[in-house]
Ligand binder design. Structure first.
Ligand code: SF4
Length: 337
């Protein structure tokens, strides 16, 4: 049984600490119908780099990856970045209708939409709500090219819609085995299931790729060649990789706390020391520019390892995140309407 564990929310004036054992967590689903915009502009150093237009039909993510940078967005809602992010899920139930209205206004100017960044578009609730599916149908109607990034085989349910789109589906697959995935991605579909789904999509004529993100220094670098090989066998044509970045104090706290719970102490010490070497003494990057890059020769070796195997396998790939600092975080609509 899981119990509530949230680092203090920096946006709240007060935080509660439980006396004794915290209460067990339970899944809570909130439907939000007041959404006025579902397209937002996000700076993505992890995935192709640069500014992206993104759509997220949910807030929070049941998959609960301990490193997830989207955890910070839950704090804006007054929730915690820890178990709250994994168990208090907001469903934007009018997202498909709003997306259609927004795309009508952009009049063929929307270059590309990405389904990801603040949640997994195929978290388990999508099986019931079908909001990502409906939004993809809207994109097909407006002929908007799409990118999807997911950890879930549920995406194969939507092959019929994906076949109508210009789309690449990336599977986020940073670890080769269930055992190595479990400490960091405890509630996600196992890597084997993701590779099977990749093959199913590829066999259906849909472009697929692999995202080796995050590379956790001192932990999963040896998985890189094997991951690229498995992806190639499953039909991938593209690959990207990026280094772990712990964007806020809360995410760092939660990440470290969960490592201590799930890995032997010597392993945790090794990982923490390796990350600190890459970050110049701390676990966090000092500036946005340094978010996706390590500082040591070892990180250069890791990038060369990725390059070598991606080239050998004929995968088009990248690992160099955009290094320019984001200049504004305003939604894009103003420039499109
Ligand atoms: S699946 Fe993606 S959005 Fe969900 S917790 Fe993991 S990294 Fe975050």
């Amino acid at each position: 049984m899981r119990h509530i564990k949230n680092p203090p929310n920096p946006y709240n004036r007060y935080s509660a600490e439980f006396v004794g054992e915290p209460p067990p967590t339970k899944l809570e689903v909130f439907e939000e119908t007041a959404t006025k915009k579902v397209i937002t502009k996000a700076f993505a150093s992890d995935w192709d780099g640069g500014w992206r237009y993104t759509v997220n039909c949910y807030r929070g993510c049941i998959h609960g990856c301990t490193y997830c940078f989207a955890r910070q967005y839950h704090e804006y809602l007054g929730y915690g970045a820890g178990t709250d992010f994994e168990t208090k899920i907001v469903v934007k139930s009018n997202a498909p209708r709003i997306l259609r209205e927004e795309l009508k206004k952009t009049r063929d100017k929307m270059p590309h939409l990405d389904f990801s960044f603040a949640t997994d578009p195929y978290l388990p609730l999508e099986a019931e709500y079908k909001l990502t599916r409906q939004c993809l149908e809207v994109c097909a109607d407006f002929r908007v090219p799409v990118g999807v990034i997911t950890k879930s085989p549920l995406v194969t349910r939507d092959i019929d819609v994906l076949q109508k789109l210009k789309v690449t589906v990336f599977f986020s697959l940073p670890f080769l085995t269930k055992e190595s995935s479990n400490p960091f991605e405890p509630y996600t579909p196992v890597p084997e299931a993701r590779f099977r789904a990749m093959k199913t999509l590829s066999d259906a004529g849909i472009k697929v790729g692999i995202g080796i993100a995050p590379v956790i220094p001192g932990y999963n670098e040896p998985d890189i060649p094997g991951l690229l090989e498995r992806a190639k066998e499953a039909g991938a044509g593209r690959a990207f990789m990026s280094m772990l970045h712990l964007d806020t104090d809360s995410i760092e706290d939660y990440f470290v706390q969960k490592m201590h719970e799930r890995l032997p102490a010597t392993r945790v010490t090794k990982i923490i020391n390796t990350i600190k070497r890459e970050r110049g003494g701390t676990l966090r990057h000092r500036s946005y520019k340094e978010r996706g890059e390590g500082k040591t020769e070892q990180w250069e070796v890791t990038k060369k390892l990725f390059d070598f195997h991606a080239r050998r396998l004929g995968l088009s790939g990248h690992h160099s995140p955009e290094t320019s600092e984001p200049e504004n975080t305003q939604p894009v609509q103003a420039s499109l309407f």
